[in-house]
Design a protein around this ligand. Structure first.
Ligand SMILES: [Zn+2]
Length: 343
Protein backbone atom coordinates (compact mmCIF):
# COMPACT_ATOMS: atom_id res chain seq x y z
CA UNK A 1 0.00 0.00 0.00
CA UNK A 2 1.40 3.38 -1.06
CA UNK A 3 0.05 6.51 0.60
CA UNK A 4 1.47 9.92 0.01
CA UNK A 5 1.31 13.52 -1.04
CA UNK A 6 3.03 16.05 -3.22
CA UNK A 7 5.37 18.54 -1.60
CA UNK A 8 6.60 21.97 -2.74
CA UNK A 9 7.11 25.54 -1.65
CA UNK A 10 10.14 25.06 0.55
CA UNK A 11 13.82 24.55 -0.25
CA UNK A 12 15.31 24.92 3.25
CA UNK A 13 16.62 21.49 4.07
CA UNK A 14 16.03 21.47 7.82
CA UNK A 15 12.41 22.49 7.28
CA UNK A 16 11.98 19.89 4.54
CA UNK A 17 13.36 17.26 6.92
CA UNK A 18 10.84 18.22 9.61
CA UNK A 19 8.00 18.03 7.11
CA UNK A 20 9.15 14.67 5.79
CA UNK A 21 9.20 13.32 9.36
CA UNK A 22 5.70 14.71 9.79
CA UNK A 23 4.56 12.95 6.61
CA UNK A 24 5.76 9.65 8.07
CA UNK A 25 3.98 10.37 11.37
CA UNK A 26 0.85 11.24 9.40
CA UNK A 27 0.74 7.86 7.67
CA UNK A 28 2.59 8.53 4.40
CA UNK A 29 5.24 6.35 2.80
CA UNK A 30 5.42 8.19 -0.53
CA UNK A 31 6.29 11.76 -1.49
CA UNK A 32 6.22 13.45 -4.87
CA UNK A 33 8.63 16.38 -4.85
CA UNK A 34 8.19 19.00 -7.53
CA UNK A 35 11.28 19.90 -9.55
CA UNK A 36 10.54 22.99 -11.64
CA UNK A 37 12.70 24.81 -14.17
CA UNK A 38 13.66 27.12 -11.30
CA UNK A 39 14.83 24.12 -9.26
CA UNK A 40 16.90 22.79 -12.14
CA UNK A 41 18.54 26.19 -12.63
CA UNK A 42 19.11 27.17 -9.01
CA UNK A 43 18.54 24.21 -6.68
CA UNK A 44 20.18 21.21 -8.35
CA UNK A 45 22.20 20.14 -5.29
CA UNK A 46 19.35 21.15 -2.98
CA UNK A 47 17.08 18.74 -4.84
CA UNK A 48 19.58 15.92 -4.33
CA UNK A 49 19.67 16.76 -0.61
CA UNK A 50 15.87 16.96 -0.41
CA UNK A 51 15.50 13.52 -1.98
CA UNK A 52 18.12 12.18 0.41
CA UNK A 53 16.43 13.45 3.60
CA UNK A 54 13.10 12.11 2.32
CA UNK A 55 14.59 8.67 1.72
CA UNK A 56 16.36 8.77 5.08
CA UNK A 57 13.07 9.06 6.96
CA UNK A 58 11.63 6.18 4.92
CA UNK A 59 9.67 7.80 2.11
CA UNK A 60 9.65 6.54 -1.46
CA UNK A 61 10.43 9.54 -3.65
CA UNK A 62 9.15 10.55 -7.08
CA UNK A 63 10.01 13.80 -8.86
CA UNK A 64 7.57 15.89 -10.87
CA UNK A 65 8.54 18.29 -13.74
CA UNK A 66 6.22 20.87 -12.23
CA UNK A 67 5.09 23.28 -14.93
CA UNK A 68 8.22 22.62 -17.01
CA UNK A 69 7.58 24.19 -20.45
CA UNK A 70 4.03 24.81 -19.15
CA UNK A 71 2.99 21.43 -20.58
CA UNK A 72 2.75 19.63 -17.23
CA UNK A 73 0.54 20.57 -14.30
CA UNK A 74 2.07 23.03 -11.85
CA UNK A 75 2.07 26.55 -10.45
CA UNK A 76 5.47 27.41 -11.80
CA UNK A 77 6.77 29.79 -14.47
CA UNK A 78 8.70 28.66 -17.52
CA UNK A 79 11.88 30.37 -18.66
CA UNK A 80 12.12 27.87 -21.52
CA UNK A 81 9.25 29.45 -23.46
CA UNK A 82 10.95 32.86 -23.27
CA UNK A 83 14.42 31.60 -24.11
CA UNK A 84 13.23 29.45 -27.02
CA UNK A 85 10.20 31.26 -28.51
CA UNK A 86 10.46 29.21 -31.73
CA UNK A 87 9.87 26.03 -29.68
CA UNK A 88 6.47 27.19 -28.42
CA UNK A 89 3.13 25.74 -29.46
CA UNK A 90 1.43 27.50 -32.36
CA UNK A 91 -2.36 27.65 -32.42
CA UNK A 92 -4.85 26.85 -35.16
CA UNK A 93 -5.85 30.49 -35.55
CA UNK A 94 -6.86 31.98 -38.87
CA UNK A 95 -6.45 35.69 -38.09
CA UNK A 96 -2.69 35.63 -37.68
CA UNK A 97 -0.10 33.59 -35.88
CA UNK A 98 -0.52 32.99 -32.18
CA UNK A 99 2.16 31.20 -30.24
CA UNK A 100 1.32 30.43 -26.63
CA UNK A 101 3.68 30.13 -23.70
CA UNK A 102 3.71 26.34 -23.83
CA UNK A 103 6.51 24.28 -25.31
CA UNK A 104 5.84 22.18 -28.40
CA UNK A 105 6.40 18.63 -27.17
CA UNK A 106 7.60 17.61 -30.64
CA UNK A 107 10.33 20.27 -30.51
CA UNK A 108 13.84 18.83 -30.39
CA UNK A 109 14.99 21.73 -28.19
CA UNK A 110 12.30 20.97 -25.62
CA UNK A 111 12.95 17.25 -25.70
CA UNK A 112 16.64 17.94 -25.04
CA UNK A 113 15.58 20.07 -22.08
CA UNK A 114 13.46 17.19 -20.77
CA UNK A 115 16.36 14.75 -21.17
CA UNK A 116 18.47 17.04 -19.00
CA UNK A 117 15.66 17.18 -16.45
CA UNK A 118 15.55 13.37 -16.36
CA UNK A 119 19.33 13.17 -15.97
CA UNK A 120 19.17 15.42 -12.92
CA UNK A 121 16.21 13.42 -11.54
CA UNK A 122 18.23 10.21 -11.92
CA UNK A 123 21.18 11.73 -10.07
CA UNK A 124 19.07 12.54 -6.99
CA UNK A 125 18.42 8.95 -5.95
CA UNK A 126 14.65 9.24 -6.45
CA UNK A 127 12.94 5.97 -7.28
CA UNK A 128 10.92 7.44 -10.10
CA UNK A 129 9.46 10.32 -12.04
CA UNK A 130 5.88 11.49 -12.18
CA UNK A 131 4.53 12.80 -15.50
CA UNK A 132 1.62 14.97 -14.46
CA UNK A 133 -1.10 15.91 -16.95
CA UNK A 134 1.05 16.33 -20.09
CA UNK A 135 -1.08 18.39 -22.47
CA UNK A 136 -1.37 20.58 -25.55
CA UNK A 137 -3.23 23.86 -25.73
CA UNK A 138 -6.99 23.73 -26.23
CA UNK A 139 -9.53 26.54 -26.01
CA UNK A 140 -12.73 27.86 -27.52
CA UNK A 141 -13.02 31.23 -29.22
CA UNK A 142 -16.12 33.16 -30.15
CA UNK A 143 -15.86 35.82 -32.84
CA UNK A 144 -17.92 39.00 -32.90
CA UNK A 145 -19.89 37.45 -35.74
CA UNK A 146 -20.06 33.72 -36.07
CA UNK A 147 -20.04 30.70 -33.87
CA UNK A 148 -17.48 29.38 -31.39
CA UNK A 149 -14.38 27.74 -32.83
CA UNK A 150 -12.05 25.22 -31.28
CA UNK A 151 -8.50 26.54 -31.04
CA UNK A 152 -5.82 23.95 -30.50
CA UNK A 153 -2.09 23.31 -30.52
CA UNK A 154 0.21 22.53 -31.95
CA UNK A 155 0.37 23.69 -35.57
CA UNK A 156 4.06 24.63 -35.74
CA UNK A 157 6.12 23.61 -38.78
CA UNK A 158 7.53 20.52 -36.98
CA UNK A 159 4.04 19.32 -36.09
CA UNK A 160 2.74 20.13 -39.59
CA UNK A 161 5.48 17.97 -41.13
CA UNK A 162 4.74 15.08 -38.77
CA UNK A 163 1.01 15.36 -39.54
CA UNK A 164 1.60 15.31 -43.30
CA UNK A 165 3.89 12.29 -43.03
CA UNK A 166 1.34 10.40 -40.93
CA UNK A 167 -1.87 11.30 -42.75
CA UNK A 168 -0.70 12.09 -46.29
CA UNK A 169 -2.22 15.58 -46.54
CA UNK A 170 -1.73 19.08 -45.12
CA UNK A 171 -2.76 19.62 -41.51
CA UNK A 172 -6.24 21.19 -41.38
CA UNK A 173 -7.16 24.07 -39.04
CA UNK A 174 -10.37 22.42 -37.90
CA UNK A 175 -10.50 20.09 -34.92
CA UNK A 176 -11.10 17.00 -37.07
CA UNK A 177 -10.87 13.34 -36.08
CA UNK A 178 -7.42 13.13 -37.64
CA UNK A 179 -6.33 16.20 -35.66
CA UNK A 180 -7.61 14.58 -32.45
CA UNK A 181 -5.70 11.39 -33.28
CA UNK A 182 -2.58 13.39 -34.15
CA UNK A 183 -2.64 15.30 -30.87
CA UNK A 184 -3.13 12.08 -28.90
CA UNK A 185 -0.29 10.43 -30.81
CA UNK A 186 1.92 13.47 -30.12
CA UNK A 187 1.43 13.12 -26.34
CA UNK A 188 1.88 9.33 -26.46
CA UNK A 189 5.07 9.70 -28.45
CA UNK A 190 6.34 12.31 -25.97
CA UNK A 191 5.57 10.01 -23.01
CA UNK A 192 7.29 7.14 -24.74
CA UNK A 193 10.36 9.31 -25.31
CA UNK A 194 10.39 10.44 -21.67
CA UNK A 195 9.73 7.03 -20.13
CA UNK A 196 12.28 5.25 -22.33
CA UNK A 197 14.95 7.75 -21.34
CA UNK A 198 14.15 7.66 -17.63
CA UNK A 199 13.84 3.85 -17.57
CA UNK A 200 17.31 3.66 -19.14
CA UNK A 201 18.51 5.65 -16.13
CA UNK A 202 16.86 3.22 -13.71
CA UNK A 203 13.85 5.39 -12.87
CA UNK A 204 10.28 4.17 -12.58
CA UNK A 205 7.64 6.06 -14.57
CA UNK A 206 4.30 7.18 -13.21
CA UNK A 207 1.82 9.09 -15.35
CA UNK A 208 -1.34 10.96 -14.41
CA UNK A 209 -3.98 11.93 -16.97
CA UNK A 210 -6.92 14.35 -16.69
CA UNK A 211 -9.98 12.52 -15.38
CA UNK A 212 -11.90 12.78 -18.66
CA UNK A 213 -11.25 10.68 -21.75
CA UNK A 214 -12.20 13.47 -24.16
CA UNK A 215 -10.22 14.64 -27.23
CA UNK A 216 -9.84 18.19 -25.95
CA UNK A 217 -7.73 16.85 -23.07
CA UNK A 218 -5.37 15.28 -25.61
CA UNK A 219 -5.48 11.68 -24.47
CA UNK A 220 -8.89 10.08 -24.97
CA UNK A 221 -7.88 6.42 -25.21
CA UNK A 222 -6.15 5.81 -21.87
CA UNK A 223 -5.32 2.25 -22.79
CA UNK A 224 -2.68 3.49 -25.23
CA UNK A 225 -0.70 5.01 -22.34
CA UNK A 226 -1.13 2.07 -20.01
CA UNK A 227 0.27 -0.17 -22.75
CA UNK A 228 3.54 1.79 -23.07
CA UNK A 229 6.40 -0.47 -22.11
CA UNK A 230 8.09 1.75 -19.56
CA UNK A 231 5.04 3.20 -17.85
CA UNK A 232 4.90 1.42 -14.48
CA UNK A 233 2.20 3.39 -12.69
CA UNK A 234 -0.89 4.78 -14.37
CA UNK A 235 -3.39 7.06 -12.73
CA UNK A 236 -5.71 10.00 -12.84
CA UNK A 237 -6.76 12.91 -10.65
CA UNK A 238 -10.54 13.00 -10.24
CA UNK A 239 -10.62 16.38 -8.45
CA UNK A 240 -14.36 16.44 -7.83
CA UNK A 241 -14.42 19.95 -6.35
CA UNK A 242 -12.51 21.52 -9.27
CA UNK A 243 -14.70 19.76 -11.86
CA UNK A 244 -17.90 20.28 -9.89
CA UNK A 245 -18.69 16.57 -9.68
CA UNK A 246 -20.02 14.49 -6.82
CA UNK A 247 -17.22 12.89 -4.83
CA UNK A 248 -18.36 9.27 -4.63
CA UNK A 249 -19.54 8.91 -8.22
CA UNK A 250 -16.63 10.69 -9.83
CA UNK A 251 -13.77 9.26 -7.79
CA UNK A 252 -15.38 5.80 -8.01
CA UNK A 253 -15.89 5.90 -11.77
CA UNK A 254 -12.38 7.13 -12.55
CA UNK A 255 -10.76 4.78 -10.02
CA UNK A 256 -12.54 1.72 -11.42
CA UNK A 257 -11.52 2.59 -14.95
CA UNK A 258 -7.88 3.08 -13.92
CA UNK A 259 -7.84 -0.19 -11.96
CA UNK A 260 -9.41 -2.15 -14.81
CA UNK A 261 -6.90 -0.92 -17.38
CA UNK A 262 -3.94 -1.46 -15.06
CA UNK A 263 -5.06 -5.02 -14.36
CA UNK A 264 -5.10 -5.78 -18.06
CA UNK A 265 -1.50 -4.64 -18.54
CA UNK A 266 -0.09 -5.50 -15.10
CA UNK A 267 0.53 -1.89 -14.16
CA UNK A 268 0.07 -0.20 -10.80
CA UNK A 269 -3.04 2.01 -10.49
CA UNK A 270 -2.70 5.37 -8.73
CA UNK A 271 -5.38 7.86 -7.77
CA UNK A 272 -4.83 11.47 -6.75
CA UNK A 273 -7.08 12.98 -4.11
CA UNK A 274 -8.04 16.66 -4.08
CA UNK A 275 -6.52 18.14 -0.96
CA UNK A 276 -6.27 21.70 -2.31
CA UNK A 277 -8.96 24.40 -2.69
CA UNK A 278 -11.27 22.45 -0.43
CA UNK A 279 -13.99 24.86 0.72
CA UNK A 280 -14.87 25.15 4.42
CA UNK A 281 -17.45 22.55 5.37
CA UNK A 282 -16.50 20.07 2.66
CA UNK A 283 -13.39 18.61 4.33
CA UNK A 284 -15.22 15.34 4.99
CA UNK A 285 -15.40 14.70 1.26
CA UNK A 286 -11.63 14.21 1.22
CA UNK A 287 -12.04 11.22 3.54
CA UNK A 288 -14.85 9.90 1.34
CA UNK A 289 -12.64 10.21 -1.74
CA UNK A 290 -9.81 8.21 -0.16
CA UNK A 291 -12.24 5.49 0.97
CA UNK A 292 -13.80 5.34 -2.49
CA UNK A 293 -10.44 5.00 -4.25
CA UNK A 294 -9.44 2.23 -1.83
CA UNK A 295 -12.76 0.41 -2.19
CA UNK A 296 -12.30 0.54 -5.97
CA UNK A 297 -9.08 -1.44 -5.63
CA UNK A 298 -6.50 1.36 -5.70
CA UNK A 299 -3.49 0.68 -3.48
CA UNK A 300 -1.46 3.72 -4.44
CA UNK A 301 -3.24 6.82 -3.20
CA UNK A 302 -1.70 10.27 -3.17
CA UNK A 303 -3.06 13.65 -2.19
CA UNK A 304 -2.36 16.93 -3.88
CA UNK A 305 -0.91 18.30 -1.70
CA UNK A 306 0.84 18.25 1.70
CA UNK A 307 -1.07 20.14 4.41
CA UNK A 308 -4.05 21.10 2.27
CA UNK A 309 -2.14 23.60 0.14
CA UNK A 310 -1.46 25.90 3.12
CA UNK A 311 1.84 27.08 1.62
CA UNK A 312 0.26 28.64 -1.46
CA UNK A 313 -2.50 31.27 -1.64
CA UNK A 314 -3.57 30.19 -5.13
CA UNK A 315 -4.48 26.64 -4.18
CA UNK A 316 -4.93 26.71 -0.41
CA UNK A 317 -7.97 25.06 1.12
CA UNK A 318 -10.10 27.27 3.35
CA UNK A 319 -9.11 25.19 6.39
CA UNK A 320 -5.99 23.35 5.26
CA UNK A 321 -5.19 21.84 8.67
CA UNK A 322 -8.57 20.15 8.74
CA UNK A 323 -8.09 18.79 5.23
CA UNK A 324 -4.71 17.31 6.11
CA UNK A 325 -6.00 15.90 9.41
CA UNK A 326 -8.65 14.00 7.47
CA UNK A 327 -6.12 12.71 4.96
CA UNK A 328 -3.81 11.60 7.75
CA UNK A 329 -6.63 9.86 9.64
CA UNK A 330 -7.71 7.94 6.54
CA UNK A 331 -4.14 6.95 5.68
CA UNK A 332 -3.59 5.59 9.19
CA UNK A 333 -6.84 3.61 8.96
CA UNK A 334 -5.80 2.13 5.61
CA UNK A 335 -2.40 1.19 6.99
CA UNK A 336 -4.10 -0.75 9.78
CA UNK A 337 -6.45 -2.39 7.31
CA UNK A 338 -3.71 -3.44 4.92
CA UNK A 339 -1.12 -4.05 7.65
CA UNK A 340 1.54 -1.80 6.17
CA UNK A 341 4.57 -2.30 8.39
CA UNK A 342 5.80 0.77 10.27
CA UNK A 343 8.89 2.28 8.64
ZN1 LIG B 1 4.53 21.82 -32.65
Amino acid sequence: MKLGASYFGNRTLRHVKKDMEKMIEDGCNLVVHTMSEHDVAYHSQTMIDIVQVSRDVGLEVFLDPWGVGRVFGGESFSAFVKLFPEARQRLSFTEGDINVNKACINSRTFRDKMSQWIDLAASTGAVGVFWDEPHLFYGEFTELFGKARKIWGCTCSTCKDIFKNSFGYEMPREFTNDVMAFRQETILNFLEFLSDHSASKGLKNAVCVFPFGEPKYGIYEWEKIVKLKNIDIFGSDPYWISYNESVGDFVGKVSREVVQLCKKYHKEPQIWIQGFRVPAGREGEVSAAIKTAFDSGVRNIASWCFEGGACMTYISSDRPEMVWDNISREYKELRKLTKVPKV
